[in-house]
Design a protein around this ligand. Structure first.
Ligand code: ZN
Length: 309
């Protein structure tokens, strides 16, 4: 205690001695500024990627831009950044529909997930009824930026779509990509626990949690073929991922053009009875151009397209 007092006292004396010196320095600085002529308008240009730069400046790669704000915790399943080790790079335009994607070997035996029966991974069906039996351990993934990964073949189509949206003045931002089943399990069980803590029975807690977070094995984010996309300024206007996103120009553009890149609006409005998921104007699923055109033109769901609805 005594030591502290001594220290403070010495420090106080040093401050007293420093004050006149500080005043002199300030006077010198003011004089220098007057001599040179300070131009307040001449602010430095923002660096690329600077948080001050406007989305309208159209960065080279939309996937490298951050959303204004992280998604809120009430929908944590819609935002789960994965560790990233390399930035995404723009790719050349795809020619035609591209090849079918082979089904990963780790899904051998999970024939129920492929009602189309043609061996094309792009047409995998995962929902609350068609559950993934295990993690896809051999799924090729690619970093799309902001810590998100997607299936490697779908990556090309997604980057092309995002680049074209940007060129149309509507930069898109990814807020969810590949999500391992194990990650879904953690998110889901956390939500269940919230309801248990609030006094719900085990059964009710699981039912309620399932309304918000797809139970493990039932989210197509675990296939790597789904992406949640929003506009640059989304979180300045809406607090969470909400159906009102459909009114944004970005959502309208996505709905109109997604099929050109092989994507579908996976959970459309008015089809909740079939998908068992609320209307999600931000959730896009890669199915390939042929299936996407058929689904979006007919205004149907993947379940209907595959004949299981
Ligand atoms: Zn989603």
């Amino acid at each position: 205690m005594k030591k502290n007092k001594v220290y403070r006292s010495r420090a106080g004396r040093r401050r007293n001695m420093a004050l006149p010196l500080l005043l002199v320095l300030i006077l010198v600085a003011v004089a220098a500024v007057l001599l040179i002529g300070l131009d307040a308008e001449k602010a430095p240009d923002p660096k690329p990627g600077d948080s001050q730069s406007q989305p309208a400046q159209q960065p080279e790669n939309p996937a490298e831009e951050q959303p204004e704000k992280e998604p809120e915790s009430s929908r944590p399943e819609e935002a789960d950044p994965e560790p990233e080790d390399e930035p995404a790079a723009p790719v050349e335009k795809l020619e035609g529909d591209g090849k079918e994607i082979a089904i990963p070997a780790s899904l051998a035996g999970a024939d129920h997930l492929f009602p189309a029966g043609n061996g094309d991974y792009r047409l995998i069906l995962v929902n609350k009824e068609y559950t993934m039996p295990n993690e896809i351990s051999d799924l090729p993934l690619k970093n799309i930026g902001d810590g998100y990964r997607v299936q490697a073949d779908m990556y090309d189509a997604l980057v092309e779509m995002m680049n074209d949206a940007k060129a149309a003045g509507l930069p898109l931002y990814i807020v969810s990509g590949y999500r391992p089943i194990e990650r879904s399990r953690v998110l889901y069980e956390n939500k269940v626990q919230e309801y248990l803590n609030a006094g719900y029975s085990e059964e009710d807690a699981r039912a309620e949690a399932g309304m918000w977070i797809a139970p493990p094995g039932t989210s197509e984010h675990s296939t790597g073929l789904a992406a949640d996309l929003i506009s640059a300024d989304y979180y300045t206007k809406l607090p969470d991922l909400l159906p009102e996103f459909e009114e944004f120009e970005e959502a309208k553009w996505l709905k109109e053009h997604c099929a050109e890149y092989g994507f579908i609006l996976r959970f459309p409005k008015g089809k909740e009875d079939i998908t068992q998921v609320v209307f999600e104007p931000w959730h896009f699923r890669y199915v390939g151009k042929e299936a996407a055109a058929a689904i979006m033109e007919a205004g149907i769901t993947l379940e209907e397209y595959l004949g299981v609805a």
